[in-house]
Design a protein around this ligand. Structure first.
Ligand code: ADP
Ligand code: CP
Length: 313
């Protein structure tokens, strides 16, 4: 049986409608693709997912309802809440879809803490977009109310708040994760990139940041000695000259070649670049391949290997 880590991108969870009902419906579709993949491939999946829109939205709700006797929770705690929220929906959806396909899956969601360096440069340079998109007038209003927020333009799609996104160093629940995975659990772990924590001696405490789930997925894949890392997003291929007349799909690419494309700024920061970096890091450190493709292509990938496949040199 192959052990594969998948990292689910935004389109696997959120459509235009951020209601709980719509997100659960999106996750049902996602679970349908994933259980088809499991059924066709004799695969054990370990799943991680993003939380950028959800953590930002939940933080806004916390702030809007905050009073002295019922204060808003900090970002790390809100991140943990979104692990629970999305982990719950995804586990339910996987159970339903597995039953439809007569698959016997033992699904569990693990609240995962990921150790980061409190001196990571990312704390001085927030880069992770969270929550909704704003237009220029809305940004002007928000800046009056939240002078400490950093808001940036997000790839031509509008403006979003950005928060620090330190790199994952290690996984607090490493041993528990390996125990579950070795016992054939279909594990949802490291959701939202994991809750970022720092260690000070014997103490552990959460820090206000959001880790990129693609980097956490690569860490988890190394941890459980996965055969492959698959990063699922909205596009079937990573491309060169993205959205230019000379756009070119990438199929199988060696790590050294991918590094050259990275150096050539082919991949947008905050969207495709972290995926490519995570894929390179995984392929280099494990000698296994990493795949970036679309959710709806995941079963075809199994059949014909189609998608962007990053292979070690
Ligand atoms: N070179 C590129 N090749 C393909 N897609 C790219 C490229 N550069 C930017 N993108 C965009 O990046 C998106 C993936 O990033 P994002 O939407 O942030 O990921 P996620 O699926 O994790 O939410 C793609 O759907 C595409 O719109
Ligand atoms: N935490 C994280 O990477 O979330 P998104 O994928 O939603 O940005």
């Amino acid at each position: 049986m192959k052990r594969i880590i998948v990292a689910l991108g935004g389109n696997a969870i959120l459509t235009d409608d951020p209601s709980a009902q719509a997100q659960q419906a999106a996750l049902m579709k996602t679970a349908d693709y994933l259980t088809e993949f499991i059924a066709k491939g004799d695969i054990q999946l370990i799943i991680t997912h993003g939380n950028g829109p959800q953590v930002g939205n939940l933080l806004l709700q916390e702030l809007a309802g905050s009073t002295k006797s019922n204060p808003a929770m900090p970002l790390d705690t809100v991140g943990a809440m979104t692990q629970g929220e999305i982990g719950l929906w995804l586990a339910n959806a996987l159970n339903i879809c597995a039953k439809r396909r007569q698959l016997s899956l033992n699904v569990a969601t693990m609240l995962t803490r990921i150790v980061v360096d409190e001196h990571d440069n990312a704390f001085a340079h927030p880069s992770k977009p969270i929550g909704p998109f704003y237009n220029e007038e809305e940004v002007a209003e928000i800046e009056k109310e939240h002078s400490d927020w950093q808001i940036v333009e997000d790839a031509g799609r509008g403006f979003r708040r950005v928060v620090p996104s330190p790199k994952p160093i290690s996984v607090m629940e490493a041993q528990a994760i390996n125990t579950l995975v070795d016992n054939d659990v279909t594990l949802i772990a490291g959701g939202g990139g994991g809750v970022p924590v720092v260690k000070a001696g014997a103490e552990v405490h959460g820090v206000e940041a959001v880790i990129d789930k693609d980097f956490s997925a690569a860490k988890l894949a190394e941890l459980v000695d996965a055969d492959e890392l698959i990063i699922l997003t909205a596009v079937k291929y990573v491309t060169l000259n993205y959205q230019q007349p000379n756009q070119k799909d990438l199929h199988e690419v060696r790590v050294s070649q991918m590094k050259e494309y990275l150096a050539d700024n082919q991949f947008a920061s905050g969207s495709m670049k972290p995926k490519v970096e995570a894929a390179i890091s995984y392929a280099e450190s494990t000698g296994h391949k990493a795949i970036i493709t679309s959710l709806d292509n995941v079963s075809s990938y199994l059949k014909d290997g189609d998608g962007t496949v990053i292979v070690p040199d």
